[in-house]
Design a protein around this ligand. Structure first.
Ligand SMILES: CC(C)(COP(=O)(O)OP(=O)(O)OC[C@H]1O[C@@H](n2cnc3c(N)ncnc32)[C@H](O)[C@@H]1OP(=O)(O)O)[C@@H](O)C(=O)NCCC(=O)NCCS
Length: 158
């Protein structure tokens, strides 16, 4: 899988594999610090049958990744964005958009009719990205993060 319409020369999207876990972990720490997933959690997630995990490579470098999961409630099947990380050397090149597109397509194909995510209320980079991708603000979840920051829950029909 590949492609983007951003400003970068070449972005390649592929499924994540065990060998990626160390790089994923380093990027998680860079992006989320104390709230980063551990290597164990990342390993578990990429091997989970109900998860989709994609890596973005730019100019041959590990540039970012996304993990999403499918789940089911009384209304049917839905998806959830678990984590999305782009290395700051490769930001604003359309990589997050390309990773999100890949995940949304996989969730749709898996039969999900909507997708949810939680984002820190003060995340001024990710919230505009999600809104641009058609996510709408759903509700605020107080003290969702260990730091005490509230989460904004967002939803998009697929
Ligand atoms: C948020 C993040 C994933 C965006 O990645 P990216 O590859 O730079 O995003 P894209 O290039 O696809 O940007 C798409 C849109 O998102 C918004 N956006 C991205 N970065 C932004 C910034 N610094 N300020 C404002 N809007 C921003 C813009 O609307 C942008 O469209 P534009 O470039 O045409 O204006 C990246 O900054 C990141 O990894 N941040 C740390 C981890 C994080 O917060 N993850 C999300 C957790 S819920």
């Amino acid at each position: 899988m590949s492609g983007n319409d951003g400003h970068s020369a070449c972005i390649f999207i592929r499924a994540a594999k065990e060998d990626d876990v160390e790089k994923m972990y380093r990027l998680e720490q860079m992006c989320f610090d104390i709230e980063a997933f551990s290597t164990h959690q990342l390993q578990y997630l990429i091997n989970t049958k109900t998860a989709f995990s994609y890596v973005a490579e730019a100019e041959g470098d590990f540039a970012g990744f996304i993990i999403g999961l499918t789940n089911r409630n009384r209304f049917g099947k839905y998806g959830r964005v678990y984590t999305l990380d782009v290395d700051d050397r490769f930001r604003r090149m359309g990589i997050a958009t390309t990773l999100m597109d890949a995940l949304m397509e996989s969730l749709r194909r898996a039969g999900c009719t909507s997708c949810f995510l939680e984002v820190k209320m003060d995340n001024s980079k990710a919230i505009p990205l999600y809104e641009k991708m058609g996510f709408r603000r759903s509700r605020i979840v107080p003290n969702y993060y260990s730091s005490g920051v509230h989460a904004l829950k967002m939803k998009k029909p697929l």
